[in-house]
Design a protein around this ligand. Structure first.
Ligand code: DX5
Ligand code: ZN
Length: 214
């Protein structure tokens, strides 16, 4: 599946622009939440998520928390309409990450753990049974429009070989017509794409999403 990242959308026409990306073949909406601390950018909060949820009641919202204290935000995003909440392994001890995943599920959402390009798989391997999804960052988090870091695909291949079975693999950053198919071949289930979709005119979005499937 392709998850349009609305960080790259037109915030002044967010519901329409998001709907356009979904009509073009996007399956779920990726919301990049940034706190200006874990990453050097500020993006969106629960109020935006709640507004978008009112406009798009039936769509899966995949919330990506690039924040230093994700525990502070999971309730607010669950209440604002998140279906899935991913937070970063780099900001929590393993035991804290497992506890937070349980809190996310108690809130009715599925839980994901994210690793930056420089973070090894060994940082999360002991945790993966506690999560529905692993998000492999293929750019350094904080901004859209960056170049894909090929080496992260080894992590996807390794998870596919070693399991756990059933873990959903999402890859995020620099996904487009070239990097989408290679990510799928490496075993990724969900491709997050921002600039590759939203930089295109509406009429060009369906072909570019189709091209990501190879
Ligand atoms: C980066 C975000 C990504 C980014 C993707 O910190 O997590 O979701 O918005 O944007 P593109 O597809 O333009 O790399
Ligand atoms: Zn993201």
């Amino acid at each position: 599946m392709v998850a349009p990242s609305i960080l790259a959308a037109d915030f002044a026409h967010l519901a329409d622009d998001t709907r356009s990306a979904l009509d073009a073949g996007g399956s779920l909406v990726h919301l990049d939440v940034m706190d200006g601390h874990f990453v050097p950018n500020l993006s969106m909060g629960p109020a935006l998520c709640a507004s978008l949820r009112r406009a798009l009641p039936e769509v899966c919202f995949d919330v990506h928390l690039m924040v230093t204290d994700p525990g502070q935000y999971v309730e607010a995003f669950a209440k604002a309409g998140a279906d899935h909440i991913t937070f970063h392994a780099e900001v929590l001890e393993q035991i804290e990450a497992i506890a937070l995943a349980n809190r996310v599920r108690d809130l009715g959402c599925t839980a994901g753990i994210a690793i930056n390009p420089e973070t090894g798989l060994d940082r999360v391997t002991p945790l993966l049974d506690s999560f529905e999804m692993l998000l492999i960052m293929s750019v350094h988090p904080g901004f859209g429009g960056q170049a894909f870091i090929e080496s992260v695909l080894e992590k996807a291949e390794q998870v596919r070989q070693c399991g756990p079975d059933g873990l959903i693999l999402e890859i995020d950053g620099g996904i487009g017509p070239r990097t989408g198919p290679t990510s799928i071949r490496a075993g990724c289930d969900i491709l997050v794409a921002g600039s590759a979709i939203f930089s295109k005119a509406e009429a060009e979005r369906a072909p570019v999403i189709r091209s990501m499937y190879g």
